[in-house]
Design a protein around this ligand. Structure first.
Ligand SMILES: CC(C)(COP(=O)(O)OP(=O)(O)OC[C@H]1O[C@@H](n2cnc3c(N)ncnc32)[C@H](O)[C@@H]1OP(=O)(O)O)[C@@H](O)C(=O)NCCC(=O)NCCS
Length: 292
């Protein structure tokens, strides 16, 4: 089922309240959530005192609380400067597994945006792992952020199980908080699309081949596309591929490096991520568009 369909059904099933951390216990619980969500060693945990200082020096830390007042997720951003202007740099976003796919992260980000705008900051920068379709869909599709920079091995080696021994490549994103399209997406969700038509109208620069059950490899990619928009298809189950076959995962990372680095140099940016159900299977696409 495509994410847009699932969202409508489940979003109101869990009630959460979004608010700044209430006390020191929340900061300590945040350490626990980091361990639980990223399955990382303590060297990669942002400790409570650092979170506290960052939140008192212009950063924003928000918690999602369930009906019992328990912390079930958080969003943490640092105050930074980009192009001479103040920005928030979103460093961590996490939701406990039992509370996922109920819009908890979406509500955290909406509150982070509201708080930033209140502080007269209209940009939140961030980064995500392009090998995680969920994060690509959440950031580009659901929030309406965009990316025009690809960094290889951005954070070096980490102990996070989500990185699974791969170089920590990241897409660096900008979330333009005052943009009308961003406001619209927060209000009504990603646009409803006629995906069949959308696919017909746009070039796909690669093809996927199933080399073993559930394991997709990538054809050579076209690097001569000049259309205003085109699609780069990736396997919907990339995270599973990462867990099952590091070799194929590395091949995919190589393709991402090639596509994003090449087209970003040619003034394209990654502007959306679609998950489409077609003939009983889920297909996932990065949408690249030429800068205006
Ligand atoms: C990323 C994370 C914070 C999202 O939290 P969440 O509360 O589940 O997020 P939301 O419910 O607001 O949105 C998740 C969306 O992803 C969709 N989704 C779920 N699995 C997906 C997948 N494998 N591929 C693409 N989209 C997927 C959901 O359907 C939902 O979209 P919808 O509302 O349009 O249906 C959470 O999964 C998490 O803590 N992950 C580990 C930490 C991490 O990666 N943080 C970095 C975030 S960029």
């Amino acid at each position: 089922m495509a994410p847009a369909v699932r969202r409508k059904k489940r979003k109101d099933e869990i009630k959460v309240t979004i608010a700044p951390f209430r006390n020191l216990t929340d900061y300590k619980t945040c350490e626990d959530i980091q361990r639980e969500v990223w399955h990382c060693q303590d060297i990669d945990i942002v400790p409570a005192p650092m979170l506290l200082v960052a939140s008192r020096t212009g950063g924003i830390i928000l918690g999602a609380y369930n009906s019992l007042g328990e912390l079930v997720g958080f969003a943490f951003s640092l105050l930074g400067v980009a192009g001479g202007k103040p920005v928030q740099h979103s460093y961590m976003l996490a939701v406990r597994a039992a509370y996922r796919n109920f819009d908890v992260a979406f509500k955290l980000k909406a509150a982070q945006r509201k708080e930033s705008l209140k502080r007269k900051i209209s940009m939140i920068n961030s980064s995500f792992d392009p090998m995680q379709p969920l994060n690509a869909y959440f950031t580009l599709g659901k929030l309406g952020a965009w990316a025009d920079l690809y960094e290889e091995n951005f954070c070096g080696e980490t102990t996070s199980q989500l990185d699974r021994g791969l170089p920590t490549d990241r897409l660096l994103t900008h979330w333009n908080l005052a943009d009308a399209e961003v406001a619209r997406r927060l209000e009504t969700g990603p646009p409803r699309r006629d995906y069949r038509k959308d696919l017909k109208q746009r070039q796909i620069i690669n093809q996927l081949t199933e080399v073993a059950p559930g394991m997709m490899s990538c054809s050579p990619v076209k690097l001569n596309c000049t259309a205003p928009q085109f699609l780069f298809e990736v396997p919907y189950n990339l995270q599973e591929i990462k867990n099952r076959d590091l070799g194929i995962a590395l091949e995919w990372q190589g393709k991402m490096r090639q596509v994003f680095r090449h087209y970003f140099k040619k003034d394209y940016m990654a502007v959306d991520f679609w998950v489409i159900e077609q003939d009983g299977r889920l297909r996932a696409f990065y949408i690249l568009a030429k800068k205006k």
